[in-house]
Write a protein that binds this ligand. Structure first.
Ligand SMILES: [Zn+2]
Ligand SMILES: [Zn+2]
Length: 235
């Protein structure tokens, strides 16, 4: 059974996201929108993934713990994990690979770590917007070492998009999936059309504000995401 998805959503942990992107708000908004699967993908950290998963308990929503990694080349990559423990460890490793620059909330925005009841537990100390010391060619193996998967985010954007940064898709590593922010405009270019044959195209919201969470329009087939099967058990 295919499920309506939005696999790229930021929480109040991302400095650039609204502070009202709290775990319960995010879950309520996603359920209202008719979504069935969402992924929590904060910048370079997974500290709020568990709270969103907990906030979704008792709802029909599947929450995938994930992260949007900024590689050393400043390419944004969506990483998704099969469970919370793996996601937590992966997030800790990425945070350790960030430059030790403290966040300045008044300039970059706050990095709120919350529980499922919107209590602020802490503020992530290191600025999460910098690039991690991990290169794009290592990303698939790195994600796989945590049982997860990864694919380039918003490949059609100038900032953080793999096409703009590298001038095209690299020969290696091979990514099976690509996230496209604006598919209609992107695929209007005949040069991009073949990518639809060679890759699975993912379209998610990259929401930083509640109102930007996707409508129930795009579906995924859980059978096509075997790496995440523990999360889809019973669906
Ligand atoms: Zn991004
Ligand atoms: Zn994002």
């Amino acid at each position: 059974m295919s499920l309506y998805y939005d696999l790229h959503i930021h929480t109040c942990l991302s400095p650039c996201a609204d502070d009202d992107m709290t775990p319960p708000n995010l879950v309520n908004m996603a359920v209202l929108a008719g979504l069935e699967v969402i992924a929590v993908t904060d910048h370079n950290s997974t500290r709020n993934a568990g709270a969103v998963m907990e906030a979704a308990r008792g709802t029909p929503l599947v929450v995938v713990p994930g992260m949007e990694v900024s590689t050393a080349e400043e390419i944004h990559v969506i990483c998704l994990f099969p469970g919370l423990e793996a996601a937590r460890e992966a997030g800790r490793e990425i945070e350790s690979l960030l430059p030790p620059v403290p966040n300045r909330p008044n300039i970059f925005g706050s990095q709120l770590v919350m529980d499922a009841g919107e209590r602020v537990l802490e503020e992530a100390p290191t600025l999460l917007l910098n690039a991690a010391a991990l290169s794009i060619d290592r990303m698939p193996d790195w994600a796989a070492s945590y049982g997860g998967i990864c694919y380039p985010a918003h490949i059609d954007r100038p900032s953080g998009g793999i096409l703009a940064v590298l001038g095209g898709l690299p020969e290696v590593p091979v990514f099976r999936r690509l996230e496209v922010a604006r598919p209609r405009e992107f695929f209007a270019d005949p040069a991009h059309a073949p990518l639809r044959e060679s890759h699975e195209i993912i379209v998610s919201s990259d929401a930083h504000r509640l109102r930007d969470i996707a409508d129930a329009r795009r579906r995924l087939e859980p059978a096509d995401w075997p790496e995440l099967s523990p999360l889809f058990a019973g669906r």
